[in-house]
Write a protein of this length. Structure first.
Ligand code: AR6
Length: 234
């Protein structure tokens, strides 16, 4: 049996156990019994899907920025999330984080839907990041569509109160109204919208393969995201 098949067989019998097998980090971090109190930022890999940013280069930027910020976080954690076990960016980042000996309690990768991390995966995250579009509007696919749809109309209203648009490399922190299902069910208190660099010619502000600029904007985007998270947990 392949791993995936074993997982799906087990999933019928013991859902909880499966979550641990899929995401061993959760088992270890939950063992201390206090994980629910640990401020945690879950973030998707900015720009690497719809915006077509190179995975190898993006993983270098993620590791560079995570290394810089894990030491500033106190007891807070950073978690890079993607939907599938086949995620290229998750494997690249996981391997590089291990190479650099980044503390796995402070930073780890997690397979799951960012809108269902607690109910679907047992991972409590009080803050989630969104790979947004410049208009800060719902839809468009990817993680943006998923977050706006799961959070309900309250997120769109709260976002519009904070900002109308974003430049690439920037972010905006939006406190989630308690009426949002993401707040109630998942325990999310803030969404941080971040706009990464775009390499997709069919989207606005395309950098047409200029990775010098692209990496600079991606660094700026993660800096802005992690600073935003710090300002929430401080
Ligand atoms: N949970 C966790 N990760 C996800 C989810 C999810 N529900 N959905 C996607 N990902 P993308 P970008 C991962 O395309 O490249 C939108 O249309 C995905 O596998 O969402 O920055 C916006 O409106 C990938 O690893 O963002 C923008 O216009 C990562 O999230 C544009 O796409 C980012 O993929 C932004 O493109």
């Amino acid at each position: 049996l392949e791993g995936q098949e074993i997982t799906s067989l087990l999933s019928d019998a013991a859902g909880e156990e499966v979550k641990r097998i899929e995401n061993p980090e959760v088992a270890s971090v939950n063992q201390n019994g206090s994980s629910s109190d640990v401020p945690t930022l879950a973030f998707p890999s900015l720009s690497t899907s719809d915006f077509q940013f190179n995975n190898e280069k993006a993983s270098d930027v993620i590791i560079e920025k995570v290394e810089e910020y894990v030491n500033k976080l106190g007891n807070a954690r950073l978690v890079l999330v993607d939907l599938t076990h086949g995620s290229k960016i998750l494997s690249l980042v996981r391997a590089k984080a291990a190479q650099k000996h980044i503390n796995p309690k402070m930073f780890f990768t997690f397979v799951g839907d960012i809108t269902r991390l607690y109910t679907g995966g047992g991972l409590r995250c009080n803050v989630i990041a969104n790979a947004a579009n410049w208009r800060l509007k719902p839809g468009g696919g990817g993680v943006n569509a998923a977050i706006f749809s799961a959070a309900g109309p309250a997120l769109e209203v709260a976002t519009a109160e904070r900002a109308k648009s974003l430049y690439p490399g920037n972010s905006v922190i939006v406190p989630l109204p308690s009426t949002s299902p993401l707040c109630d069910g998942e325990g999310v208190t803030h969404v941080i919208h971040v706009l990464g660099p775009n390499m997709n010619p069919r989207r606005p502000n395309c950098l047409h393969g200029d990775y010098v600029k692209g990496c600079e904007i991606l660094r700026k985007a993660y800096t802005s995201l992690f600073e935003g998270f710090l300002s929430i947990v401080r």
